[in-house]
Write a protein that binds this ligand. Structure first.
Ligand SMILES: *Cc1c(COP(=O)(O)O)cnc(C)c1O
Length: 295
């Protein structure tokens, strides 16, 4: 089977009084529309990983994630779509939630493991699947050079040149892929990474390990809202307003923080008037299901 999806990810304008007053043209690339479940950067990161598994004649995908991991869910759905078996090793004690329900619905087998052993993914792989010749290791979050390669193709699709591109970062693979795409096309665009984890300075190393050539980019470490999966009433209020005003669904773990950063920087006159700014909607809206109680 040909492992591919037709990419539908239009670039749409976001218009409001703030951006108009600051003379900014802001756009959003709708990677969330690529697939209802294998959404956004998760498909882009999986594409070459799955092709590699297929080339090695491996039929059983093994991957890792927290109990609300978008990557686990995307892998479950991609495995189902492209004819793989899938197992997910989940961090923490056994729980049930909407994300894991959808993983299981797509046929993924789940193995829960304590936080201590979760750190060593290679030995977990060996322990549970060491004697399964069909098993194929996919790192947490799809972090890999193949993942970055898939993401770099996003840049091939851009309809114009932007002054700024913004993207949320978890493992940094998506950021690295976009930067590599900008380098390949020799674009003057400034890339802006928004780590969603606390003390995000470490993200620079994570991004740099997947860069094909050294590049400069901005890292904003003050939009984590307390850390991974953490929110504030300010962030939730922003998300409610954004969704109600644009009809574009975002969530508090990744895309909400990244878009908040753009609005905040715009309000603080960070951008030169006339700038064109592109936000990457990296998908992940199922993450909302785990955050309902915050709204
Ligand atoms: C997983 C995810 C990210 C983080 O991507 P990385 O490549 O791990 O940095 C960003 N946005 C969304 C919506 C995600 O689901």
């Amino acid at each position: 089977m040909d492992i591919n999806l037709d990419i539908y990810s239009p670039v749409q304008p976001i218009q409001n009084e703030l951006f108009a007053a600051k003379g900014l043209q802001v756009f959003i690339k709708r990677d969330d529309l690529i697939h209802p479940i294998i959404s956004g950067n998760k498909w882009r990161k999986l594409k070459y990983v799955l092709q590699q598994a297929q080339a090695q004649k491996k039929t059983h995908l093994i991957t890792f994630g927290g109990a609300y991991s978008n990557h686990l869910l995307a892998t479950a759905a991609a495995a189902a779509k492209f004819g793989f078996k899938a197992s997910g090793i989940v961090r923490g004690e056994e729980v049930e939630n909407d994300t894991l329900f959808l993983c299981k619905l797509h046929g993924m087998q789940l193995i829960f493991t304590d936080r201590e052993s979760y750190r060593d993914k290679e030995s977990l792989f060996q322990k549970f699947f060491g004697d399964d010749g069909q098993a194929f290791f996919i790192d947490e979050g799809g972090a890999s050079a193949e993942g970055a390669k898939g993401v770099s193709e996003l840049v091939d699709e851009l309809p114009q040149t932007y002054n700024h591109i913004f993207c949320a970062c978890g493992t940094g693979t998506t950021a690295a892929g976009i930067i590599n795409g900008l380098t390949k096309h020799q674009l003057p665009t400034q890339f802006n990474a928004i780590p969603v984890l606390k003390n995000g300075d470490f993200m620079r190393q994570e991004i740099n390990r997947f860069l094909t050539a050294p590049a400069s980019y901005n890292l904003y470490t003050n939009y984590d809202f307390g850390g991974y999966g953490k929110t504030t009433t300010e962030l939730i209020t922003f998300i409610k307003q954004f969704v109600a005003q644009t009809g574009i669904l975002i969530e508090p773990i990744y895309t909400g923080k990244m878009l908040y950063a753009i609005y905040d920087l715009a309000a603080k006159d960070h951008f030169t008037p006339g700038s064109k700014i592109l936000a990457i909607h990296s998908g992940g809206i199922w993450g909302l299901l785990g955050m309902k109680h915050k709204f």
